[in-house]
Each structure stands twice: as structure tokens, then as C-alpha cells.
Design a protein around this ligand. Structure first.
Ligand code: HXC
Ligand code: NAP
Length: 269
């Protein structure tokens, strides 16, 4: 129980989508250690059950719900189930994503649409479905975008377009929902170690080394780096921050360190 002595989020409920693995699971575990009640959501029943069980075994309070972000009705039902159990929702993280490396000329219309549907429309669905269930004033909504939302990247047309859309959606919802006391922000992570995302984008040690050598901080970030950023933005310490895209990227977006040619590491034309 020692790990649960902090209480920055005590009494709050966090609904975290895409939380069966990687960055979003890292946020869920960190928020549980800070005293929040956690709802973890993703597509795959077995994976989300394991994620929730892990948080409970570590001493936290968690509910796992399977839902596909492309299915608005499933998300609405998930929010209803979560608020039946925990009451109004204080924090929403929209982080589900799908990605693969492919040149646009070899990308089918359905391949492009699939990533837009999961990342961009899925984020609208999560945030829109949350709206009736939010604690207001005071709710904090966070989406997980990427440097690809501002820096164009080879073989990432679908993800770049989707993440750019998430950035603008963040700002529009911040304007519309701010008067009700709902803050809407996004985190833009750089390359994060040990994630599925980087396994797909830099699959070899050579590709990883080449990218690290171009980052200002010369290393990948950790799950904890993103979770700490999310904790700040979700907490009352960030009460005057809304409509912001907060970079946690080791300088990834700067000059030469941009991931604009990241796909070159992992694809042969
Ligand atoms: C070309 C591909 C492809 C590939 C799939 N497709 N993989 N095209 N190259 N490697 C095409 C398929 O042929 C199909 O088009 C269409 O995409 C849909 O494929 P499905 O397999 O039916 O889709 P689905 O089952 O919904 O799976 C979605 C997925 C999958 C995105 C394709 O990889 C997935 O579930 N990913 C979730 C995990 C993940 O991606 N994690 C990393 C995300 S984070 P056709 O025309 O044949 O029907 C990340 C971090 C970096 O990316 C941040 C940068 C933004
Ligand atoms: P990950 O482990 O693959 O996480 C993706 C999550 O999304 C999983 O929980 C997956 O769970 C869920 N998901 C996928 N499709 C879904 C759908 N249709 N409906 C509901 N859930 C779905 O990847 P990650 O690398 O940690 O990335 C997490 C987030 O960070 C993404 O938004 C990504 O774009 C962003 N990001 C990552 C990096 C990085 O370095 N990894 C950098 C910048 C931004 P199921 O399989 O159970 O559905």
C-alpha cells in the first residue's frame, strides 16, 4: 500500500481509453497510485481485463470495459457503466490509436480510413460521449496526439492527418466547453521506449540509434515521463491551462530531430 500513499487525484475518477497497454496503461497505473478510481477501456476484452486486474492487485480501484472507439454507442454505454459505479467523471484520456508504416501510394483507401477512424473520429467519439457524464466545473480531458500532428512524416500520411485533426479538435472543444469549466488539452509525446508505437516505427536497433542521435535529449522518453505530464494536466495545478498541445518529446520536434523521415528507417521502397 506504500505505493498508494500519494493523493493528488484522491476522490477523482479517470476514464482512460486505449489503456490495455503502453503509454495509456502507464498513465492509468500512475493515476491509480495517485488515488484516482480508474476506468480502463480498449477493444480487446482479455487485454483490458488484465490491465484492470493489475491495477486492483497493486492496491488500486479499477473497472475494465471493452469498447471499440469506432462504436459511439459502445462508448456511451461504457460511460454509463462507469458513472453508475463511480459517479461523475473527472478526467478523460483519449489515447487509442492504430498505426502502420506505408507509403501513401501503397496505402488503400480503407487503410487510410482505418487510422482516421480509430485516431481522429475515435477521439471525437470518446470526448463527445464523455460530455453528459462529466463533473463540471472541473473536468479535465486529455487526448494523446504526436509530433506527427505538426511535423509531416514519410509513410505516415494517415497518422499525421489524424493527429493534426486531434490537435485542432482539442482547441475547438476547449473553446466550446471552457465556459462550463471543462478543460481540453492534448499531450504530444516523442518516441517512448518499450511501446508498440516505436516497435512499429523504429523496429531495428540501427533505426532506434539513428533517431536517438537526432533528438535534443539523445534518448527515448519513458512511460513515466508521459504519465507525469498527464498527471499535471489532469490535476487542479493545471486549472488555467486549456486548448494546449503540451509536448513531452525530448525535443523531437526541433530542427533535425523531427521525425519527418522516420519511416525511412523501417520500410524498403
Ligand atoms: C498497409 C495495412 C497494413 C500495413 C493494415 N493495413 N496493416 N496496409 N500496410 N502494414 C490495411 C489493411 O490491408 C486494410 O485495408 C486496412 O488497413 C484495415 O486493416 P485491418 O487489419 O482490417 O484493421 P483493424 O483490424 O481495424 O486493425 C487496425 C490496425 C492494426 C491499425 C491496422 O494495426 C491495429 O489494430 N493497431 C492497434 C495497435 C497499434 O497500431 N499500436 C500503435 C499505435 S501508436 P484493405 O484495403 O486491405 O481492406 C503509434 C505511435 C506513433 O502509432 C505515433 C505516430 C502518430
Ligand atoms: P499501444 O500500446 O498499441 O496502445 C494502443 C491502445 O489503443 C491499446 O490499448 C489498444 O488496445 C487500443 N486500441 C487500438 N485500437 C482501438 C480501437 N479501435 N478501439 C479501442 N481501443 C483501441 O500503443 P502506444 O505506442 O502506447 O501508443 C499509445 C498512444 O500514444 C497512441 O495514441 C499513440 O499514437 C500515441 N503516441 C505514441 C508514441 C510512442 O512513442 N509510442 C509517440 C507519440 C504518440 P486493444 O488492442 O485492446 O484494443
Amino acid at each position: 500500500m506504500d505505493a498508494f500513499k500519494h493523493n493528488v487525484l484522491a476522490g477523482k475518477t479517470a476514464f482512460i481509453v486505449g489503456a490495455s497497454s503502453g503509454i495509456n496503461l502507464g498513465i492509468a497505473q500512475h493515476f491509480a497510485r495517485q488515488g484516482a478510481r480508474i476506468v480502463v477501456v480498449s477493444r480487446t476484452e482479455a487485454k483490458i481485463a488484465a490491465a484492470a486486474a493489475g491495477i486492483v492487485e497493486a492496491g488500486g480501484d479499477a473497472l475494465g470495459i471493452a469498447a471499440d472507439v469506432r462504436d459511439f454507442a459502445a462508448l456511451d454505454a461504457a460511460f454509463m457503466q462507469a458513472s453508475d459505479r463511480f459517479g461523475k467523471i473527472d478526467i478523460v484520456i483519449s489515447g487509442a490509436a492504430g498505426n502502420f508504416v506505408a507509403p501513401a501510394a501503397a496505402m488503400s483507401a480503407n487503410g487510410f480510413k482505418t487510422v482516421i477512424d480509430i485516431d481522429l473520429i475515435g477521439t471525437f467519439n470518446v470526448l463527445r460521449a464523455s460530455y453528459p457524464y462529466l463533473n463540471r466545473p472541473g473536468a479535465s480531458l486529455l487526448s494523446i496526439t504526436a509530433t506527427q500532428g505538426t511535423n509531416p512524416a514519410m509513410f505516415q500520411a494517415h497518422a499525421c492527418a489524424a493527429k493534426a485533426g486531434i490537435n485542432m479538435l482539442t482547441k475547438c472543444l476547449a473553446m466550446e466547453w471552457g465556459p462550463e469549466g471543462i478543460r481540453v488539452n492534448a499531450i504530444s509525446p516523442g518516441p517512448i521506449a518499450g511501446t508498440e508505437g516505436m516497435a512499429r516505427l523504429t523496429p531495428t536497433p540501427e533505426a532506434e540509434h539513428a533517431l536517438k542521435s537526432r533528438l535534443a535529449l539523445r534518448d527515448y522518453g519513458s512511460l513515466r515521463d508521459v504519465a507525469d505530464t498527464a498527471l499535471f494536466l489532469a490535476s487542479d495545478n493545471a486549472r488555467y491551462i486549456t486548448g494546449s498541445i503540451i509536448e513531452c518529446d525530448g525535443g523531437c520536434k526541433l530542427g533535425d530531430a523531427s521525425t519527418s523521415d522516420i519511416g525511412n528507417f523501417s520500410i524498403k521502397m
